[in-house]
Design a protein around this ligand. Sequence first.
Ligand SMILES: Nc1ncnc2c1ncn2[C@@H]1O[C@H](COP(=O)(O)OP(=O)(O)OP(=O)(O)O)[C@@H](O)[C@H]1O
Length: 245
Amino acid sequence: MSDARRTSGRAGSGQAVIVKGLTRRFGDGPAVLDRLDLAIAPGEFVALLGHSGSGKSTLLRTLSGLDPVTEGTVARPREVSVVFQESRLLPWKRTWQNVVLGQDGADRRDRAAEVLREVGLGHRIDSWPLTLSGGEAQRAALARALVREPDFLLLDEPFAALDALTRLKMQRLVSDLWTRHRCAVLLVTHDVDEALLLADRAVVLERGRIRTDVPVELARPRRHADPEFERLRAMLLDALGVHDG
Ligand SMILES: Nc1ncnc2c1ncn2[C@@H]1O[C@H](COP(=O)(O)OP(=O)(O)OP(=O)(O)O)[C@@H](O)[C@H]1O
């Protein structure tokens, strides 16, 4: 199957991202994404859940423009940034240089320093990436994503490799950054609680199709103890086929 029918462009109709009839196949294999429709509003935070192999990373890569479309259309804003599970910092560049890699201007270092301060790494701007902890490296990856002032931020399980305490801190950081920057966000996660702590909407993917798409109408900051949190948690676990004790 060729990728010749790839189509992309800017989203209209007041949406940041519009996906219509998106199908993705690898070679002659089955559809990994199967006629998928999805719209994300400007400034909306969407969590994408699904079992391993359901197509989450393929969708994220397609939305970022890294992967081609087999069939259908993807419209997205001009500025799109991605943060992956691993920081992908270049070890031979200092932290600030990684943040503004590929950017021009005499004020590059100042811009990097400002965004690194924002993610709590103001004291590590000159550090080599190999001296950063896992959490610090992910903060630097977030800074590198935000310095481009994206309209759409894609987060592919950015906290999955971190310990539980660091993950909690990073979730708070992302929530604060999103409140300030208000870009559209798609967060891929395996963690239902993480989705409910952060997102306006939770989408469950199953074999390349959207099985559930629910609004998360909880006041922020979010609390596990909220009965609506518990109701949504049970609904999402059910959609994932996981039954909570
Ligand atoms: N480059 C590729 N070539 C062939 N098949 C692929 C390729 N990338 C992904 N796939 C297949 O597409 C399906 C979906 O993979 P994908 O990585 O999108 O799932 P996922 O939901 O992100 O899983 P996980 O949670 O384990 O990361 C899987 O069956 C996978 O084997």
